[in-house]
Design a binder for this molecule. Sequence first.
Ligand code: FAD
Length: 329
Amino acid sequence: MHRTRKVVVAGAGALGLTSALALARAGCDVSVLDPAAWGENASGVAAGMLAPAFEAALDPLSRPHFALLRDARDLWTSLAREIGLEIDRTPALAVGDDAWLAGLRAAFAAIGAPLADTAAGVQSPDDWRIEANYALDALRAAAQAHGVRFMRGKAARTQDTDFLVIATGAAHELATLAPELNRLQPIKGHILHYPGGLDTVIRTADAYAAPSARGRLVGASMETGRDDLDVDPTQVAILHAAAQRLFRDVADLEPQVRVGVRAGAPDGLPLVGPAATPGVLIAAGARRNGWLLAPLVARMIAAYAMGDDPGPHAATLHPKRFEAATGIA
Ligand SMILES: Cc1cc2nc3c(=O)[nH]c(=O)nc-3n(C[C@H](O)[C@H](O)[C@H](O)COP(=O)(O)OP(=O)(O)OC[C@H]3O[C@@H](n4cnc5c(N)ncnc54)[C@H](O)[C@@H]3O)c2cc1C
């Protein structure tokens, strides 16, 4: 039998929390450290779409990874059941002009995902949604029920820890332990919330709208290289114009603006696995799909910590994959 492994998880976002829960479930003694207020991170700002199909169809970096994204989505069924979180499986709708919809149909055909024609537009049954803030709370409660301790503060490597899991999103502070983090670039994102309800996620050529507990949300900007949380009136105006094309009633409404910073690697996929320093694991850089990917990342992190097989996506997500001739198995 294994001795209980002590693990510190740095970061209480989607990747840190799901990893903490998976590690505790695997029998580890887990503490989560984060200096920020609860939910004050990209995970708390996110739209919560679990969208393998539209992400692969619309985002060139995600295009080759539909199977991986769908595998991650599939893991949400059991995770949501375990933590008592509702998944909204209402099919996501895309609306736009004929040329754009034709391109979308071709993209869906290329990735092998179904797309249904409806009177309102085209619909994907593959994309789901969660409420991001509810997910944070549910993950924390489930982790605590498994004995995970939560502390406010920054993580550093301590001598009596078997593993440090770096799930610090766009922060590079722990790059001395994990120089692989230097591959990640910050990508700032604005998102707008308007009062009112919405039944389904709507995709257009330049924006998306989604239901949320705060009302209808419209997102999101992708501002590569920016890691500040300042509200940029230009980005707000662009999104507000997109919102008006979708909803007639929002023209005179003052949206509530939220800003988050994602982290992205050159290939758009997260860094998951061992860092240069022994005993340090990275779970960071999930770009615009951190909620979608979280259960897959968590499962892999727990496998690495327990010395188990991290599964079929290990090489694709390995933190050293950008180094030439690494000989990663
Ligand atoms: C506007 C917007 C919309 C999005 N919509 C979606 C969506 O619909 N679907 C989806 O799947 N993804 C979406 N994303 C992306 C998703 O939010 C991110 O990929 C995901 O939240 C990243 O989670 P994380 O845990 O890696 O990082 P974060 O949520 O950023 O958490 C990192 C945590 O680490 C902490 N930290 C930093 N330094 C330290 C340290 N030294 N020690 C300890 N802790 C530290 C921070 O305080 C922070 O709480 C969206 C992002 C944005 C900005």
